[in-house]
Ligand binder design. Structure first.
Ligand SMILES: CC(C)(COP(=O)(O)OP(=O)(O)OC[C@H]1O[C@@H](n2cnc3c(N)ncnc32)[C@H](O)[C@@H]1OP(=O)(O)O)[C@@H](O)C(=O)NCCC(=O)NCCS
Length: 200
């Protein structure tokens, strides 16, 4: 099989959104309307770092990373409020939905380590029928090459403690568990960091 890693393009946003919803079905982003998730990925493709893994022109994986997650969400809401508002109309009456929005928007503050803002791996996903073949590592290497090129010394990732494959993956590939937090009530999230470049 012929796997190719490349920078995501705007036209890939819909496939990335579909893959996100399929492989991370429990997260807040997956509870959003597909069009909103697509818009969010268009914004990440335009402003942040995102690589896709293609097999015979089909997207089977992606990795996304933000230089500053708080700013990413703020910019997204500012720019897309009117475009996404219609998809929230019915959900506005749901207390748990409002709570999840609040928890998501306050997450960047809660996952800040030592008051330091560092880039964050937002999501890494490989289609379930291609997992555990070294493809996630292929995407991680591509992301880290780019971060090193940009002189990033350290970055982080936040993973729900219940995501077994993800936690094993980060532990295996050099991340250190730096803290734990309760982003969503009753659900522990692990904050991992990885050093890419030493200070000297
Ligand atoms: C996490 C993920 C991206 C890893 O990609 P991958 O291509 O499967 O992983 P690789 O083949 O490169 O690396 C293999 C390692 O990943 C971990 N792993 C991958 N799939 C696993 C599974 N089903 N169960 C347990 N660990 C798994 C293990 O540490 C494994 O090494 P090991 O076999 O020596 O234990 C992928 O499994 C995935 O998409 N999971 C679902 C989505 C998700 O939870 N994403 C992270 C949220 S941010």
């Amino acid at each position: 099989m012929n796997f190719i890693v490349q920078k995501a393009e705007i036209k890939n946003a819909i496939d990335i959104a579909l893959l996100h919803k399929k492989e991370i079905p429990t997260g807040f982003i997956s509870s959003l309307n597909l069009k909103v998730v697509k818009k969010l990925y268009e914004s990440i493709i335009t402003n942040e770092i995102i690589f896709v893994l293609e097999n015979e022109s089909t997207i089977v994986g992606f990795v996304s990373c933000a230089k500053n997650t708080g700013i990413l969400y703020k910019k997204f809401i500012k720019k897309n409020l009117f475009a996404v508002a219609p998809y929230f109309v019915l959900k506005v009456f749901s207390f748990s939905f409002i709570k999840k929005i609040f928890e998501t928007l306050t997450a960047p503050k809660k996952t800040k380590l030592d008051n330091e803002e560092i880039p964050e791996l937002l999501s890494i996903v490989i289609d379930s029928n291609q997992q555990a073949k070294g493809l996630g590592k292929l995407l991680l290497d591509e992301l880290e090459n780019k971060l090193v090129e940009d002189k990033i010394k350290k970055y982080k990732v936040v993973a729900g403690d219940n995501l077994i494959s993800a936690n094993k993956f980060y532990n295996k590939y050099g991340f250190t568990l730096s803290a734990q937090t309760e982003l969503h009530k009753g659900a522990i999230s692990n904050i991992y960091t990885k050093i890419l470049l030493n200070n000297d």
